[in-house]
Design a protein around this ligand. Structure first.
Ligand SMILES: [Zn+2]
Length: 391
């Protein structure tokens, strides 16, 4: 069946920001963008802005409701906790619903329970790319996550073999997250972190560097030469006072696939990629004097950039593209000829009306109530498990 999103006030497409367009969706893909489209079920989208679905390109959702850490988690240790299966199941359900409600259509998650993640994501309606910690690898052919440089050095032979193997699974490496990691790498190995990875043959087209805020420009050039990818967590980076800041435009202009992410909820507690994208734009503008980075450019990194970093088709609205899409209400969208910057910066997850994944409507006003009930029920069960004062 064809779905036609009629008269979207604005649409962020591969041709730029279009005004007053219909978007037709058929068999999971965008089948037309234009005016006067019809021939299927029509949904009035006046006052709505259509965007590609957002990608959260690296997170640890099972930690969403973990008890506070003392001392506070560091980049070196942020991935270590492994919640029990029952707690993980409840946390994953809540976190994935929250991700969906904030317009995220693709999540790359680190989990000890990839089977649970895939099942629950299927029920909620979000796409996931699971990755497991290196220590839990046995028998798993999918993505893996390494916590730091030492782990990467220790397992460099196996990582290289995995990267050269036939599986397409990605290898996430937390690297150059803060100043102390640079010092440690220089002291222990005599090289800068990404320089070291390169010398070990670990910069590959399957490698995703997670949050390398302390990468130097010449190391980033190596990343580009080796066609590795990068995902960046501006909120978590700033909240840990890492002092690092990734020059993302430098990466994007050297064609490095670069996406944004929330990182672990232990640092940051947000899964809202609108928040992450806004923080990214503000920080890049302020710290790099990046006046040329527009809201549209930041949105493209959060959508197309994330999909591309994860090798998943989507993240763009154009004829023939996978129909992962978000429609958000905005008062400004009612005005003709509004400044695109003002319009895009006015968008908020709280005003999302529809979310589509593979052309299927997975969030709409009539489903919101049902999801609220699931969240309430799941939260109660989670509290019973985690909050001893309720026993
Ligand atoms: Zn992480």
């Amino acid at each position: 069946m064809t779905l036609v999103f009629k008269k979207c006030s604005y649409a962020v497409t591969s041709r730029g920001l279009l005004r007053d367009v219909d978007i037709a969706v058929e068999r999971g893909r965008v089948s037309g963008i234009g005016t006067g489209l019809g021939g299927g079920e029509e949904i009035d989208c006046q006052g709505l802005v259509a965007l590609p679905g957002l990608a959260n390109a690296h997170t640890h959702l099972s930690h969403m409701y973990a008890p506070p850490k003392t001392p506070a988690p560091t980049w070196e240790r942020h991935h270590e906790d492994v919640p029990q299966r029952e707690v993980a199941e409840l946390a994953l359900r809540l976190a994935l619903i929250r991700a969906l409600e904030s317009g995220t259509t693709l999540v790359a998650d680190t989990t000890a329970h990839p089977d649970l993640l895939q099942r629950i994501a299927g029920e909620v309606g979000v796409k996931v790319t699971p990755a497991v910690s290196w220590g839990m690898l046995s028998g798993w052919e999918g993505g893996v996550v390494l916590g730091g440089l030492e782990e990467a050095v220790e397992h460099s032979v196996e990582i290289r073999e995995r990267a050269a193997g036939s599986q397409q699974a990605l290898i996430f490496l937390h690297v150059a997250n803060d100043r102390s990691q640079l010092y440690a790498a220089k002291t222990k190995y005599g090289r800068f972190p990404i320089e070291l990875l390169n010398s070990l043959g670990l910069l590959t087209p399957r490698t995703i560097l997670v949050n390398p805020g302390w990468a130097s420009s010449w190391e980033l050039r190596l990343v580009g030469e080796k066609r590795a990818r990068v995902v960046y967590a501006p909120v978590a980076d700033a909240l840990t006072s890492s002092g690092g800041m990734l020059p993302v435009r430098e990466l994007v202009s050297s064609n490095v696939a670069t996406g944004l992410c929330s990182e672990t909820p232990l640092i940051g507690q947000t899964l809202d990629m609108f928040d992450v994208t806004r923080a990214f734009l503000i920080l890049q503008r302020e710290l790099f004097w990046e006046r040329d980075l527009t809201a549209l450019g930041a949105m493209s990194i959060a959508t197309r950039g994330g999909y591309s970093a994860l090798s998943v088709e989507g993240g763009v609205i154009e004829e023939g593209s996978v129909a992962d899409m978000v429609l958000v209400a905005s008062e400004l969208a009612r005005f003709k000829g509004v400044d695109p910057e003002r319009l895009l910066l006015s968008l908020s997850a709280a005003n999302i009306v529809y979310v589509l994944v593979d052309g299927r409507v997975v969030l709409e006003p009539s489903r919101k109530e049902q999801l609220e009930a699931v969240k309430r029920y799941t939260l109660e069960r989670l509290l019973d498990r985690l909050d001893p004062t309720r026993l």
